[in-house]
Design a protein around this ligand. Sequence first.
Ligand SMILES: Nc1ncnc2c1ncn2[C@@H]1O[C@H](COP(=O)(O)OP(=O)(O)OP(=O)(O)O)[C@@H](O)[C@H]1O
Length: 301
Amino acid sequence: MILNAENVDKSFGRKKAVDGVSLNIKAGTIHGLLGSNGAGKTTFMKVLSGIYKADKGTVRYDTHNVFENTDVKSDLMFIHDIPYFFRGARLSDMARFYRSMYPNFSDKRFNQLAEHFKLSPKVQLSSLSKGMKRQASFILAFSSRPKVMLLDEPFDGLDPIIRRQVKNIMLQDIANHNMTVIASSHNLREMEDLCDSVSIMHHGKLLFHRELSDIKGTHCKLQMAFKTLPDASFYKDLGVVQQSVKGRIVTCIIKGDLEHIEEKVTKYNPLMYDILPLTLEEIFAYEMGEQGYEISNIIVE
Ligand SMILES: Nc1ncnc2c1ncn2[C@@H]1O[C@H](COP(=O)(O)OP(=O)(O)OP(=O)(O)O)[C@@H](O)[C@H]1O
């Protein structure tokens, strides 16, 4: 475990932005922290990266406390959703600053990335567009080679091509340098393709934390056509957690592994059946529904 939060609280005045959150992040993985506006994602990531002190609870990086610990500061990097650069700074000025903060800063990488993203080190950062500022902040971050990157809504404002390139560099750093990434987002679908694990925050609390490899095999989605629609015992027998019926077509989300489910379904003699891809949103909709939450109120697509 590289980052470990135990029962973390963080309030601003009477507003409890983070409320009893515990989370473990494994080294070399990407974790997606999802939630609606004001859920507490940024505040929690700032506590994780040692920018804010938790009012209660502990945050550890390996075995070290993160807050005001200079030994771990150079391993953790928090990247704001709105890039911040010194007034009047050029890209090369910011590189000098990051070089002084991060001992693993690579000049070779900085030059390669600046060329790749077609940003001159001499460029005045205040003259750049929002998306280009984001690119500049990624150049600086990837050149700094932190062990853990905490990214606040990292892909907002990037066009699809740059978005893909940034993700590729990130994945390379994870594969080659065992970097760990925690990224906040509103977009479950984007996180689904990228992350090893995801969690959902809502009103300061962490509602779910799941390894994607675990949940993908736990549910299946089947579409079946019947000559005569099955009765309630069919749904019970199969362990159906969600169903919709249109004419004689039944679409179900079923808990369990596919092999067992197919075995059971065939006993009911469907005219045909098809296995459909199951999205994370569908799994969460069910799991959160069970706990009394409506996912559409929590995650916005
Ligand atoms: N510096 C601050 N001072 C006072 N209140 C704050 C501060 N930072 C955050 N908050 C409050 O804490 C709550 C959580 O905010 P936070 O920025 O962590 O949410 P978020 O999940 O990152 O939201 P978004 O998706 O909109 O960025 C909000 O109610 C916000 O108003």
